[in-house]
Write a protein that binds this ligand. Structure first.
Ligand SMILES: *Cc1c(COP(=O)(O)O)cnc(C)c1O
Length: 418
């Protein structure tokens, strides 16, 4: 076999791990070229919501591709983008939609909007507050507002300085509020960016809606912009369309991506409140929001996102999510009793747990590949974050497949003690 020319993301090719080829997908199942049917328990990196190749989304893409594939979006517009922006404004309570193409870029846009807001008002406010263990993407700005570690150590010199608020561990919420209050009052920050209810890549760390409500309140009192990064939590993952809904919070700026097209096409949006837009609205060109990418609001991607909204409106999506959440809660109850498993937690459709790893030095480093292989051998796509394993399947995942996943998580605990 000729060696592949592909350089894969987050992959150490030197370890020689197998890279299966996927030829087809339907619902929660990926079909490989050698005929294996793999349960996609992580929604292909958190994007697939209603299931792979949903007929309605596939049809919308095919239809749009034949009429208008792409058009410049600076000074031009098209129906799929207009419809999508209007519906997003209604859904989110934020009147303006700025499109981009990935979670990382919609975060970059949010940060630039926040800084533009203050700059156009003549205020020197550019410090960004972040939460410990956050993840907001892999471009330089998005990495800067995320947790520092092995994943970005080499690029550290390029990252800008931020203020970090401690994660609100249960029982220690006051320390988070105090740190946020202090930073807001003393450092004139431009904005606070946070993942609502669940910190995804940081280890599926969860905190309750009351904490989100209080953090938003503190920001509002001090006039600090509140940016909600719902790239992962949006589109039903936490049980509601947006995680912010559970906290009664409307952020100043909202980031959406991953599930926006049901997981079919790359598309992202940064939703902005009127104050953010108004700060850029002027006859003065210098106050323009200077951001664009070639494919901003690509019509095919927008059509896929409109089909996603139709599915939300016309299919029993909310009921599917509630059913999945109940099954995950039942799985969590079972897993809580398994030796070697700690901190079993759920939020809506997401279930996460930690494998107890003890203190053996170096043990942790080979745990990840061993777990990956364990699940791969069982035709389950589960991709642990260190010693944290989680299930975040498409909402259509079969009840039996979900039980298989819960059982496999329990069985894998035996690997650690082995
Ligand atoms: C995945 C993720 C991002 C980055 O999205 P990409 O599309 O991978 O660039 C940003 N924020 C959060 C919370 C995410 O989970």
């Amino acid at each position: 076999m000729t060696p592949s020319a592909v350089w894969h993301p987050f992959t150490q090719h030197g370890l020689g791990e197998p890279i299966p080829q996927v030829v087809r997908a339907e619902g929660a199942i990926l079909v490989t070229e050698d005929g294996r049917r793999v349960v996609d328990a992580i929604s292909s990196w958190w994007v697939t919501t209603h299931g792979h190749c949903h007929p309605r989304i596939v049809a919308a893409i095919a239809d749009q591709a034949q009429r208008l594939d792409q058009v410049i979006f600076a000074g031009w517009t098209h129906a799929p983008a207009e419809r999508l922006a209007g519906e997003l404004a209604t859904l989110t309570g934020l009147p303006y939609a700025f499109f981009s193409d990935s979670g990382s870029t919609c975060v970059e846009v949010a940060l630039k909007m926040a800084l533009g807001f203050w700059a156009n008002r003549g205020a020197a406010r550019h410090r960004i507050l972040v939460m410990q263990h956050s993840y907001h993407g892999d471009t330089i700005g998005a990495m800067s507002v995320g947790e520092r570690g092995v994943y970005n150590a080499a690029y550290g010199p390029l990252l800008f300085d931020v203020g970090t608020i401690p994660f609100p561990h249960a029982g220690a919420e006051q320390a988070t509020y105090d740190a946020l209050e202090y930073a807001c009052a003393q450092q004139s920050p431009a904005a606070f960016i946070v993942e609502p209810l669940v910190l995804g890549a940081g280890g599926m760390l969860m905190y309750p809606p009351t904490v989100l409500t209080e953090m938003a309140r503190i920001c509002r009192v001090h006039g600090v912009l509140f940016i909600a990064d719902e790239v992962m939590t949006g589109w039903g993952r936490t049980g509601t369309l947006l995680a912010c809904e559970q906290a009664g919070v409307t952020p100043d700026i909202l980031c959406l991506a991953k599930g926006m097209t049901g997981g079919s096409m790359p598309l992202a949006v940064t939703m902005a409140g009127a104050a953010i837009y108004d700060a850029h609205y002027s006859t003065d060109r210098a106050k323009t929001f200077y951001h664009s990418s070639s494919y901003t609001a690509n019509p095919i991607a927008c059509a896929a996102a409109c089909a996603n909204l139709d599915i939300w409106r016309e299919e029993p999506v909310v009921e599917r999510i509630a059913t999945l959440a109940a099954r995950q809660a039942a799985g969590a109850a079972m897993l809580s009793g398994v030796a070697g498993i700690e901190n079993v937690r759920t939020c809506g459709t997401i279930l996460a747990l930690d494998y107890a790893v003890g203190t053996g030095a170096g043990y942790l480093s080979d745990l990840q590949p061993r777990l990956l292989a364990f699940f791969r051998d069982r035709d389950l796509l589960v991709r642990p974050l260190g010693n944290t394993a989680y299930l975040m399947p498409p909402y259509c995942v079969g009840a039996e497949d979900l039980v298989r996943l819960h059982d496999a998580l329990a069985e894998a605990a035996g690997l650690i003690s082995a």
